[in-house]
Design a protein around this ligand. Sequence first.
Ligand code: CUA
Length: 338
Amino acid sequence: MRRGSLFTLIGLGVLAGGIATAVAVLLPWLPSPASREAGRIDFVFWFVTIICIVIFAVVAAGILYAVVRFRAAPDDDSDGPPTHGHTGLEIAWTLIPTLLVVAIGIVSAIVLAKNDALAKDTLRVNVTAQQFAWSFQYPGGNNLTSGTLRVPVNRSLLLTFTSKDVIHSFWVPEWGQKQDTVPGIHPTLHITPDKVGRYPVICTELCGLGHATMRTYAIVMTEQAFDRWLKGQTKATGSPNPATSGAAVFKNNGCGACHTLTAAGATGKVGPDLDDLTQSAQKAGQPLQQFVETSVTDPNAYVAPGFPKNVMPQTFKSLPKDQLDALVQYLIQSSKKG
Ligand code: CUA
């Protein structure tokens, strides 16, 4: 090969590689990682991307060079010279991809093993998914339940998922992993958040009419702030279980995703407005308390005019009696104020 051709090829390779690198680096493809696992996944991502850019540069340089250098004259219809393989070349294009794929496999296996390794002091939180809300249950005897996921920074966290109805999918983009919640099984997800902050929790599996509203936040706090919050939650209501206040039941079960209730700052539009329950009960021809309770536990028994049937989840009949009573009282009192 002439020296001039070699320079041209290298020049084309550098140009193609430079453009591909700019596209990879300058566009914000991924959120910046906020967990150790996401950092490792990012490493695999860049490892593969760099390999791809090098291969792309070599292939693009060869193609561009061949297109220009060996272009046939406009009226040249003759065949090219026959060739019969090239053992050296065939070994090279088999061996190099094999080595690269094996390397990617080894790096991925190491990252997966590290990402799944729990620490000794792993914090275990149970996550319940239901149409259309997330709730988080903390360990300990007090059944602390929260509508937002609060966790300490730099501590290993194991989420165990339960779905009450259909398949949902838990996703915090900055944590780099997703997990489907499948009814009947309890998958887990291991995360070690390493940046204090507030991150969106998003449902990424179409799960019904309120799917788009099935969002909350993951709040990563310093260890001290988390301990203070945990203690405060247990004391807050004087009750060992703060989740039994009507307002908490409303919040933890995601009612606000679909309903408007001024007292709760909820503005959902999927289901009927809960600010005028008295009128709704009159329209339904039922006493207020009975109307509210039945509407929660058996939503298809009476569907408000203008709203479709089978949209409200039928899972709330499994609410513990104390929580159901608190919720019904809360709704009745809030709607009278509204
Ligand atoms: Cu739950 Cu989409």
